[in-house]
Design a binder for this molecule. Structure first.
Ligand SMILES: Nc1ncnc2c1ncn2[C@@H]1O[C@H](COP(=O)(O)OP(=O)(O)OP(=O)(O)O)[C@@H](O)[C@H]1O
Ligand SMILES: [Mg+2]
Length: 153
């Protein structure tokens, strides 16, 4: 199942993250797709705020991964951009489908590490502050999330 809408501001994109946050369980994996500056980190910061993570979410581009443990569910935020398919053994698989929810920017660069069932969110800059957002999931759980988004956004 898939649903597309247009977010008209970064606040609206964060609201999508905050809306999804309470539905996540340990082991969930969310793929964040879209170009540089599309809004992937912005969406993640909305999730973090709703999970009551205290630190501000910053782009982990130079860190590959940031972990947030202070919230109601561990949040792992991976940005695979700098990996570009280099086969470095970083132990990321411990966090993907681990004890928290894992958000992955540039998932195409760590394809082999990703599980079959994921929630996929694609963001596209369609001018000014408008971002076309497509939420997609094929398993029962993730389909329910897509349906919930469809009813609200
Ligand atoms: N509707 C919107 N949704 C999300 N971000 C928006 C929106 N409108 C404007 N922006 C701006 O676009 C930028 C998105 O940056 P962000 O770091 O979230 O992108 P990203 O997809 O994580 O990029 P990167 O691949 O470089 O990590 C921010 O400066 C944000 O304020
Ligand atoms: Mg980012």
């Amino acid at each position: 199942m898939r649903y597309t809408f247009v977010s008209k501001s970064k606040e609206e994109t964060k609201k999508l993250g905050a809306f999804l946050a309470p539905m996540f369980k340990p082991g969930d994996v969310v793929l964040l797709k879209g170009d540089l500056g599309a809004g992937k980190t912005t969406l993640t910061s909305g999730v973090a705020k709703a999970l009551k993570v205290q630190d501000d979410v910053i782009s982990p581009t130079f860190n590959i991964m940031k972990c947030y443990f202070k919230g109601t569910l561990p949040l792992y935020h991976i940005d695979a951009y700098r990996l570009e398919n280099q086969n470095i053994e970083l132990g990321l698989d411990e966090y993907i489908e681990g004890d928290g929810v894992c958000f992955v920017e540039w998932p195409q660069f760590i394809g082999p590490l990703l599980p079959e069932e994921t929630l996929s969110i694609t963001l596209k800059n369609v001018g000014d502050d408008n971002r076309e957002i497509t939420v997609e999931g094929d398993s029962k759980r993730y389909e329910e999330m897509v349906a919930a988004v469809k009813g609200t956004f």
